[in-house]
Ligand binder design. Structure first.
Ligand code: PMT
Length: 440
């Protein structure tokens, strides 16, 4: 991972495009002509590009042009080769899909599950990351219906790139311009992520003995939210789903580490090769983590731990008083799990936190990094619709106790976890691998 003391963003690794099967959807806006340049850019980076045009797109750019650039026939019609269910094949054969330009019409259809042509039908069958590069006139982009559709698509994990602010068709100027080719290439590479890049897929999902750089390493990861009970039916909690912590646990396990995941309640499936212990309250999580922290080489706190709990948990359901009566709730502080691990940190151990912020994030993150004795902290904003809590994507700032600072642009949580693991590995003392921690 590239870390810089300066502030410029780290460029996503375009090597992920090498060999990747990209479904390139082109919908009908003036910017459709730029899809030809994008197709050429993807091919130049080694991607296998399958372009699909809507009828309207074919008025701006020809199937023949895209076929010549990608080396593959370009279908436009759902029924032209009906015996082989083209839309299903297109979706299944894609490692990633990108729609550029994505018109308001395509965004709307996708948000609402409509499939009335080849592109929209293929996108509804897609089980791969999706990048959307909207382009349209400013009035359309700012229409509440489009805003709502975009928010919905982001929430489902689509990566949005652009639109940019600039000259538009017809001499207008404003937001709605298709993002630059470089930004779209970076977004497609980021969506693929190091863990899903075809060239690395075998290694990352099925490590072999010689391909386990973290064999012998013991990691403890926390994930999800905690619940602090008021009575047998009510509790205080937050929106964390556990996805970020599960992704970190999976990324460490794929590299051969022995990983114990201490997770709050949730529905995430257990990551392959990871031991999962379920807890409910901050105090249970504290006890579980502290019991393992001394033998762990790496501790990662991705859980959103409740800082406070009700001073008392009622044995029975609390009753409401008279209608005009107010209810006082006394809260007491929960233990600081990472703070306590940091206080007894042993040499060589790598401690990592996450900071969930809504303002002044860098200063807040730097303060938590120092106060909890951490080596690394990922500062992520939790007030954006496409990052933080309960979505598949995240972005942030990775701060190191050694003064390093790296931007983590919007990417899938598993890709961000891979980037974090690279930074952790760079901080581990050199070891004779493999080894065991059993006698520590
Ligand atoms: O689970 P997801 O839906 O994928 O969402 C991911 C996430 C937003 C929860 C995650 O990326 C994240 O930001 N996790 C940290 C949330 C948090 O509690 O932040 P904080 O700034 O309050 O705490 C800072 C660090 O101290 C965190 O590493 C936290 O785990 C730890 N902490 C906090 C309180 C406490 N009592 N004990 C702790 O160890």
């Amino acid at each position: 991972m590239t870390e810089h003391p300066a502030t410029e963003p780290a460029a996503p690794d375009r090597a992920a495009l090498q060999g990747a099967r990209v479904l390139l959807g082109v919908s009908g806006g003036v910017a459709a002509y730029k899809a030809a340049l994008l197709a050429r850019g993807l091919v130049t980076h080694g991607a296998q590009v399958q372009a699909v045009l809507t009828d309207a797109a074919a008025r701006f750019v020809t199937p023949a042009q895209l076929a010549a650039l990608t080396g593959r026939p370009v279908p436009t019609d759902l029924f032209e080769d009906a015996h082989r269910i083209v839309h299903v094949d297109l979706a299944r054969q894609a490692d990633v899909a990108a729609v550029a330009p994505a018109t308001a019409n395509v965004l709307g259809k996708l948000a609402h599950g409509l499939a009335d042509d080849l592109l929209s039908s293929a996108l509804l069958c897609l089980d791969a990351p999706l990048v959307l590069a909207p382009a349209m006139h400013t009035e359309m982009w700012e229409h509440p219906a489009v805003t709502a559709n975009v928010a919905m698509l982001r929430e489902r994990g689509a990566l949005m790139v652009g639109p940019d602010h600039g000259p538009l068709a017809g001499g207008d100027h404003g937001p709605g311009r298709l993002a630059e080719e470089d930004a779209i290439l970076d977004a497609v590479a980021a969506a693929l992520g190091p863990s899903t890049a075809p060239a690395q897929a075998t290694a990352s999902t099925q490590p072999t003995a010689g391909d386990e750089p973290l064999a012998g390493l013991h990691a403890v990861v926390t994930a999800g939210a905690t619940r602090e009970h008021l009575d047998p039916v009510r509790y205080l909690t937050n929106r964390a789903s556990g996805r970020m912590g599960y992704a970190v646990a999976g990324a460490l396990a794929r590299r051969g580490a022995t990983v114990e995941l201490i997770a709050g309640p949730g529905e995430q499936p257990d990551p392959a090769g990871v031991t999962v212990q379920r807890v409910e309250t901050a105090r249970e999580m504290h006890a579980a983590v502290l019991a393992r922290a001394d033998v762990a080489d790496v501790v990662v706190g991705a859980a959103a731990v409740a800082d406070f709990r009700p001073a008392e948990t009622a044995a029975h359901k609390r009753k409401k008083g008279a209608p005009d009566e107010t209810e006082q709730l006394t809260l007491v502080r929960n233990p600081d799990i990472l703070g306590d691990v940091g206080a007894r940190k042993r040499p060589g151990q790598v401690l990592v936190g996450f900071a969930a912020e809504t303002q002044d994030e860098e200063a807040q993150g730097a303060d938590k990094l120092a106060r909890k004795g951490l080596d690394l902290i990922v500062v992520n904003r939790v007030d954006a619709p496409d990052a933080g809590f309960a979505v598949d994507t995240n972005r942030g700032l990775l701060l190191g106790a050694d003064g390093t600072r790296a931007e983590l642009p919007l990417m899938r949580k598993d890709a961000l976890a891979d980037r974090l693991v690279e930074a952790i590995v760079a901080r581990l003392p050199s070891r004779d691998l493999p080894q065991t921690n059993a006698d520590r």
